[in-house]
Write a protein that binds this ligand. Structure first.
Ligand SMILES: [Zn+2]
Length: 256
């Protein structure tokens, strides 16, 4: 078997496997709770995808397991409780920070080739710092701050596209605007955002993930640069959704 160098542990390995950029259970939740199983949702407007789920092969089996362990903790302790109860009050330990860093690591590793070489070189250094933290070679994830956002959920399925995007879209990218840089991963009704430059943005309240702590209530983001970016993501989603719906309508009308 051909060997490759794992992007996390940097060792030469021969057990390259498919890894998801966004945890698989998020896709499953979106599909299982869709209005109609026959309509595909535009869950993934930007992240490059394969079979509807974005995957990449840059990890060895043992590194993938490290990521999976944190994803499972997040699923059981926050994601599923939130979608079933709308509770936004959770005590957490360091696993949450590790999960957030590993989520941003995956997104950054996937998207790094979309930025120019100079920025990629800087971001690669951050990837190395985050790798060391995930592999427990260092005690902290550097000076960058990592944030968790809950999107408010409507009692039934949302009827307008903006709410639909907030609750159900899976999305992610490197944000790079007005000299600010961040890594954004949207896991349907929650998002992980890592601030890269500056290390912590102004106007983010109640979102910072510590090594240990308690999430209490919803977050408030009054950061115009991020908010404009987020509105653009919604519009991008609405436009790509429109295209998909047009295609589907055509197919449906051809079926009769
Ligand atoms: Zn590895």
């Amino acid at each position: 078997m051909k060997t490759f160098r794992c992007k996390l542990c940097k060792l030469k390995c021969n057990d390259k496997i498919d890894s998801h950029i966004i945890p698989r259970y998020i896709y499953k939740w979106v599909k299982d709770t869709a209005i109609s199983p026959y309509l595909r949702e535009a869950v993934n407007p930007n992240v490059r995808k394969q079979d509807g789920e974005t995957k990449n092969q840059f990890l060895c089996r043992s590194c993938e397991k490290i990521f999976n362990d944190y994803e499972t903790k997040f699923a059981n302790k926050i994601f599923y409780p939130y979608v079933s109860s709308n509770n936004v009050d959770y005590e957490y330990e360091e696993w949450l920070l590790k999960f957030a860093v590993s989520q941003s690591w995956r997104m950054l590793a996937l998207e790094i080739d979309t930025v120019n070489d100079q920025l990629a070189a800087k971001l690669n250094k951050i990837l190395d710092i985050w790798s060391d933290y995930i592999l427990e070679k260092r005690e902290n994830s550097g000076l960058h701050s990592h944030h968790l956002l809950f999107f408010k959920r409507t009692p039934d399925l949302p009827t307008n596209k903006e709410d639909y995007f907030c609750e159900r879209a899976i999305d992610g990218s490197i944000g790079n605007r007005k000299s600010k840089i961040w890594i954004y991963s949207k896991l349907a009704p929650v998002a992980v955002v890592s601030h890269v430059k500056p290390l912590k943005f102004n106007g983010w309240r109640n979102s910072l993930i510590h090594k240990k702590g308690r999430l209490q209530g919803f977050q408030l983001v009054t950061d115009n640069v991020f908010n404009e970016f987020f509105i653009d993501r919604i519009n991008f989603y609405i436009n790509s959704h429109k295209k998909i719906t047009e295609k589907q309508n055509k197919k449906i009308s051809q079926a009769f």
